[in-house]
Design a protein. Structure first.
Length: 402
């Protein structure tokens, strides 16, 4: 039985939640408290799986409470349920909360959010995954520039000049960021040569995502000399996935997270290639000899795939829940149903399109489409566009990255 802790200073709201969720009493043990300090007391006295808290509360607000929970009980999944929004705190919420729900919230929406947290918690707590991570013993911390950028976003008052200065503190990273910014990926009207101009034009979220991806691949030590795992190869794959995911979500609220999920979808190889090179070679040999996908061989050899390892790392780094979920489940489309076209859906559809189109990137022959399979994928992920639109956007995005 899962234990859920609800925190809100409004007693009537807590009573309403208790009534609406009464039918779940056989599956969930629910505790309702009216303050942050009471919540901490409950957490100290017993194990909880999920905490659902309001933002505006006297004494200790929801953000302060979640920060304590993240530091002391990082295994607890964290959900904000609030009618209050503050753009200055939105960056900090990305670190402290796994999900944010607005009041009023239907009981079905809340239970679905808790269920998704439960599913991801179970995935990342798999015994084989824990054993693999434990045997590695050393997971990389978030790269220093990206960590500084995250801290700046949490403050909510960082200037364009400060962001540009942080990126420019490493000339190699700054040069690569400008290289990516000026690629056809963004189709800028003119070449940008100053970091401040890049931040102003593309926005902080996009620049931060690019910087994180570039910094990750710049830190690669290349202990395993295999073409599939060369930094440039994996970076190109990441950029293709990001370009298509961004094209599929352009103009929507999930565009930035979809792009970030694409940029970091294969970050698990950063760990496995560095820390388990022999096992990765064994998995590669198995995949080739048996004619199976590499991720299937990884599960046989290692007990987990690059996708789950990558998601574990992103969770430790405190990245958005939607990105962690998309990376973790990218190879498991049938595990959980799609209720809407979200970040996970965008990443999965991007993979379908990239896999098909990449074969024709360096070839004059157009790709051969299985139209029925593409239509099935669109229905599965609840895509709000047609197969023709998806193909057109993906083809254009890959031409810009190639």
């Amino acid at each position: 039985m899962r234990r859920i802790l609800f925190v809100d200073d409004d007693r009537l709201l807590l009573d309403g939640l208790r009534g609406r969720l009464h039918t779940l009493r056989d599956a969930w043990e629910m505790v309702f408290v009216e303050s942050g300090p009471r919540a901490i007391t409950e957490l100290e006295q017993g194990k909880f799986d999920v905490i659902v808290t309001d933002m505006r509360m006297p004494g200790m607000d929801g953000l302060e409470l979640l920060k304590v929970v993240r530091e002391r009980w990082p295994e607890v999944m964290r959900i904000v349920l609030s009618g209050y929004s503050d753009t200055g705190q939105s960056g900090r919420l990305l670190t402290e909360a796994h999900q944010y729900l607005s009041k009023p919230c239907e009981a079905e929406q809340l239970t679905a959010a808790i269920a998704r947290c439960d599913e991801l918690h179970a995935l990342l707590a798999d015994a084989k995954l824990r054993a693999l991570v434990g045997s590695i013993g050393r997971l990389p911390s978030m790269p220093k520039i990206s960590a500084a950028l995250r801290e700046a976003s949490e403050r909510g008052d960082a200037s364009v000049k400060e962001i540009a200065r942080l990126i420019g503190s490493d000339p190699a990273i700054a040069a690569r960021v400008l290289q990516v910014v000026n690629s056809a990926f963004f189709r800028l009207p003119k070449r940008i040569t100053r970091l401040e101009a890049a931040v102003s034009y593309l926005g902080f979220a996009t620049i931060r995502n690019i910087a994180l991806s570039v910094e990750v691949f710049s830190n690669w030590q290349r202990k395993l000399r295999v073409s599939q795992f060369e930094p440039d190869t994996l970076l190109l794959q990441a950029q293709r996935m990001a370009a298509v995911a961004r094209a599929l979500t352009r103009g929507s609220s999930i565009c930035d997270d979809s792009m970030l999920a694409g940029l970091l979808h294969n970050i698990g190889y950063w760990i496995l290639v560095e820390e388990r090179p022999q096992e990765m070679l064994d998995a590669l040999t198995m995949a080739q000899s048996r004619g199976v996908a590499l991720h299937e061989a990884e599960r046989d050899v290692l007990g987990a795939t690059y996708a789950e390892i990558g998601a574990y790392l992103l969770g430790l780094w405190g990245l958005p829940y939607t990105v962690i979920e998309a990376v973790a489940l990218q190879r498991r489309p049938a595990d959980t149903p799609f209720g809407e076209f979200d970040v996970r859906a965008a990443l999965m559809l991007a993979r379908t399109l990239v896999d098909e189109l990449s074969r024709g990137v360096s070839s004059s022959a157009p790709p051969t489409w299985d139209e029925s399979a593409l239509e099935a994928s669109l229905r599965l992920v609840k895509a709000p566009f047609t197969s023709g639109e998806a193909r057109l956007w993906a083809e254009q995005a890959l031409r810009e990255v190639a």
